[in-house]
Design a protein around this ligand. Structure first.
Ligand SMILES: O=C(O)CCC(=O)C(=O)O
Ligand SMILES: [Fe+2]
Length: 288
């Protein structure tokens, strides 16, 4: 029997009583879809998933997004499946990384540098640190409400430019002072405040990791706006820390929440398996 509970924050749901490694009944899938409409972050503890089982579950939500990094840069164990990523700080016996992800990561929304960002991301805990390395989540409609009224009003009509940070072929952060020329890297323009496709709530869609510009504004005007948004996102009261257990499957809606990775000591092994699903449509601006 599926058991759905709200966690410490209203946007996080925990679902127990279902084995995601088996084909889901129509009724259970519908229950999960309904829960997904209410909780943009869903946690399924105690799963036992091989890569193909996790992939099959993710594919229920839409077509998978292929990896963009060149094969050689994906880590040895993640090279064969073009959709799978190992988010990991673990080194193989020969000293090469099994995946990628041994550094803290600022808040972001997956695929925001694409015209149609990722719908959902699915992370599964294979090896988890005893300390640190939590995945952090923030509800971006809560951030909209937390902004100064004048900022809310101002950004409703604005669009942000979201850059791909790991574009190996033509992005040189050292050479560009951390701020790449727009034409040199993959980027996408999205409304600063989107209407969430399911909840219809206003959602701030700008993040420290990828959003460096606002269309039509001088840097002197756009930077303070972006900094106010990033500071709100990073306030502890807005953050939920997911402390990983082996067997957790965590899925989230990139149109509703942002996520980040907390620092993790190098001697704490961390290995998460990841798939992401394509979005279905361009993000629409919120109109009050
Ligand atoms: O390592 C994490 O906790 C999050 C990694 C991440 O940003 C992702 O999988 O999209
Ligand atoms: Fe991410």
């Amino acid at each position: 029997m599926l058991n759905i509970q709200c966690s410490s924050k209203p946007y996080i749901g925990t679902i127990e009583g279902v084995d995601l490694g088996r084909p889901l009944s129509d009724a259970d899938f519908k229950t999960i879809l309904d829960a997904w409409g209410r909780y943009p972050v869903l946690v399924f503890p105690g799963q036992q998933l091989e890569a193909d089982q996790q992939q099959a579950f993710a594919e229920l939500f839409g077509p998978l997004i292929g990896r963009t990094r060149p094969k050689e840069a994906r880590g040895k164990k993640a090279q064969e499946n073009p959709y799978m990523m190992l988010v990991s700080n673990v080194l193989d016996d020969d000293g090469t990384p099994v995946g990628a992800g041994d550094y803290p990561l600022d808040f972001h929304s997956d695929g925001c540098f694409r015209d149609i960002p990722a719908l959902a991301t699915f992370l599964y805990g294979i090896e988890v640190p005893a300390e640190g390395g939590e995945t952090l989540f923030v509800d971006m409609s809560e951030i909209y409400d937390a902004l100064k009224p004048a900022t809310r009003e101002r950004i409703l009509a604005l669009q942000g430019v979201n850059f791909h940070r790991f574009n190996y072929t033509n992005y040189d952060p050292a050479g560009s002072g951390g701020r790449p020329a727009r034409e040199a890297v993959t980027n996408a323009v999205h409304p600063m405040v989107i209407s969430h496709p399911i909840s219809k709530k206003p959602v701030v869609f700008a993040n420290r990791h990828n959003t460096f510009e606002i269309i039509g504004l001088e840097k002197s005007e756009s930077d303070p706006i972006l900094q106010e948004i990033f500071a709100a996102i990073e306030m502890p009261q807005h953050i939920h820390r997911h402390v990983w257990s082996v067997g957790d499957l965590v899925m989230w809606d990139n149109r509703a929440v942002q996520h980040a990775r907390a620092w993790c000591a190098a001697d704490q092994r961390r290995m998460l398996r990841r798939f992401a699903v394509e979005g279905t449509e361009r993000l629409k601006p919120y109109r009050p």
